[in-house]
Design a protein around this ligand. Structure first.
Ligand SMILES: Cc1cc2nc3c(=O)[nH]c(=O)nc-3n(C[C@H](O)[C@H](O)[C@H](O)COP(=O)(O)OP(=O)(O)OC[C@H]3O[C@@H](n4cnc5c(N)ncnc54)[C@H](O)[C@@H]3O)c2cc1C
Length: 293
């Protein structure tokens, strides 16, 4: 079933988890455990990222295959077109279609930072809106696009960024998955602005629990998410270097965020797991106990 069909057939908000292919044997063991713990929650779907410039092409394919065939999970395959030519784009999308993938997320991606000599294909597509336009007439996928409540890091302004988001929808995107944010106000303003622009498709908020201070700082610098004063003050009160209390703080903070989003009426919650289950499992269980999910 395509993801947009889920929202048509059920009034309950969806729960979904993003995973990425493991980069080492140790990480693969951890990922296996995460998948089993997440599968036990019976998510509406899981998703798998696709590395810059096709760097995880095989790993992403194998993970999507495992999730669908071995674990029986509805799986959304992300696809980024940066640097790839039309025949590579078609080969990857054909392989996902043949696996039974029904929903993809079509993103532009970024230059691979660990491959300084990477040369984009001369016919590679410049923007995600071009990729959506490429996919729409060729495949029967339900298509998601990436949205940025605090604007994309390269965008001239939130207004310009949302005009381009509108173009992705006009070109065929069926729903939007957002980047994470720590202040729900930024999502509510983004949603309001999108609706005023005439973007009518579901806007699915991304939630990133705080896993470690270092990871939070690094990722925020990469994607432009604002770390609120509330978070900084909360962390400053915790015993320095105590991973357990930080984890508990991250779970409580994300729980409050999720409660606010669900009470607002979002179509679902999409968790960025970083291939870890320790935070997202108690969050989802608690929201279910509270009858919010
Ligand atoms: C939900 C989600 C999932 C993601 N999954 C992955 C993944 O699996 N792998 C990965 O490598 N990265 C992933 N990313 C990150 C993403 O690839 C980067 O943020 C990338 O820099 C932009 O991708 P995009 O699809 O938003 O690009 P675009 O929509 O093309 O936007 C990129 C920039 O160009 C501007 N722009 C857009 N269209 C035009 C236009 N027509 N003319 C001029 N400017 C334009 C936008 O304002 C923006 O600043 C994901 C992001 C999100 C939010």
């Amino acid at each position: 079933m395509k993801v947009t069909e889920l929202w048509k057939s059920s009034k309950k908000p969806t729960v979904s988890f993003e995973l990425f292919p493991a980069r080492s044997a140790k990480a693969a063991e951890g990922l296996e455990k995460t998948i089993d713990e997440i599968a036990a929650l019976k998510p509406d779907f899981v998703s798998v990222t696709f590395g810059a410039g096709g760097s995880t092409r095989e790993g992403s394919y194998n993970l999507v295959k495992k999730l669908i065939k071995d674990k029986g999970l509805r799986t959304v395959a992300y696809f980024t077109c940066y640097g790839l030519g039309p025949s590579d784009i078609k080969a990857v999308l054909d392989s996902y279609r043949d696996l039974g993938v029904e929903t993809i997320l079509a993103a532009r991606g970024d230059p691979p930072h660990d491959q300084p000599d990477f040369k984009p294909h001369p016919e590679s597509l410049a923007h995600a809106s071009d990729l959506v336009a490429f996919v729409r007439p060729r495949y029967d996928f339900c298509i998601a696009a990436a949205g940025y409540p605090e604007k994309h890091i390269e965008a001239q302004s939130p207004e310009k960024d949302r005009e381009y988001l509108k173009l992705k929808v006009e070109n065929g995107a069926d729903f939007v998955v957002t980047n994470y944010f720590y202040d729900n106000k930024s999502f509510f303003e983004f949603e309001d602005h999108c609706r005023k622009l005439g973007i009518k498709v579901p806007l699915l908020p991304g939630v990133m629990p705080i896993y470690s201070v270092k990871m939070m700082e690094n990722l925020a610098a990469l994607c432009g998410a604002t770390i609120s004063q509330e978070i900084r003050d909360g962390i400053a009160k915790l015993p320095a270097g105590d991973a357990g209390t930080l984890q508990a703080f991250g779970v409580d903070f994300a729980l409050d965020q999720c409660r606010g989003l669900l009470k607002h009426g979002v179509p679902g919650l999409h968790f960025y797991t970083m291939d870890r289950s320790a935070a997202v499992v108690p969050i989802v269980r608690r929201l279910r106990d509270e009858g919010l999910l």
